[in-house]
Design a protein around this ligand. Sequence first.
Ligand code: NIG
Ligand code: FE
Length: 410
Amino acid sequence: MDTLIIRIGQLLTMEGDGPVKGEQMKTIPLMEHAAIGIKDGLVVWIGSNEEAKKISANHIIDAEGKLVTPGLVDPHTHLVFAGSREHELPLKQQGVSYLDILKQGGGILSTVRATRAASEKELYEKARVHLDRMLSYGVTTVEAKSGYGLDVETELKQLRVAKRLHETHDVEVVSTFLGAHAIPTEHQDNPDSFLQQMVDLLDVIKQEQLAEFVDIFCETGVFTVEQSRIFLQKAKEKGFAVKIHADEIDPLGGTELAIEVGAVSADHLVGASETGIHQLARSNTVAVLLPGTSFYLGKGKYANARDMIDEGAAVALATDFNPGSSPTENLQFIMTLAALYLRMTPEEIWHAVTVNAAYAVNRGQESGRIMVGRKADIVIWDAPNYMYIPYHYGINHVRMVLKNGKVVRG
Ligand code: NIG
Ligand code: FE
């Protein structure tokens, strides 16, 4: 049987158990001059470079002097959509806010128009390009939200595209139904009847196994805390795990709601209150922070990652890749933003893009760690150590990516 040995400079195993919370994020499990053995898509052996020389292998990859880590997990993206929104950039420069653009029928609603008009094939082809790019940046598992349909037909179209991508692409795609992403123009005066329509869709989504998670945008002018509570509770009753776009722009109390409903993750959290942070630290909800969005909204306001970690929360990082508030597939750039603006240490950052990100999409038992018996999702970096990635910013440091033990990039 085929055995592959990778000889490594610095190996981040991220070995451990469960999500990594608070203080624990400060220490990083690593081995210098290490090697790993891979067989049938799984990691079968981890040891020293010296020991590896004695093992007979069919293939050897020489990554001596280089950093090797688990494949990155991007736990919050809006992968499937049509069109783009570069015309909003000058508006932003003139001081028109994100929520004002949305109120005028632009923003999310302009992507909704484009997505409704696109065929399933067009959406698939476009999303595949974005997914290829994510893989090239070292991402082997990605969460993908719907939410640019806001009607039955188009939401299902987006979810089917995500499912097909999962089946056909090397990257694992975890699907989230975000039908409650905005109030579509035709329901402006009656958001509750729109939400009911989205609730009615849940049974079809379940039957066709089109999504594992349900998410809602809890924000001023979008959905209130009360509407979000009811919607997410219904989703839970129907057997979905839930997530929330919480306290992204205005501090409404979405963080507290996430804890109350037992969300797997609470995302954004820029305006999370002290009480919210306190509760988060005592819960099993992963805080998914999206500094790329804060950066791109340009208001200079970032999530309070320091208090979250110092109080004991499990923090993850994601791109929030979408055509409006964060048009980037580059999770490595997000790592730099986390260092500069969230004041996270390199050790905390690496936990946040591997193991904690995997827990944020219910993949903690499979992804985010390099351990014997686990699938071999691995990145080999053109970098000497883990600190180097957030430091040298704006470029792609990936040399090679393996998914399930197979070389898929490089
Ligand atoms: O996470 N806030 C809501 N959703 C996205 C933005 C979507 C868009 O602008 O198209 C976000 O920021
Ligand atoms: Fe988002």
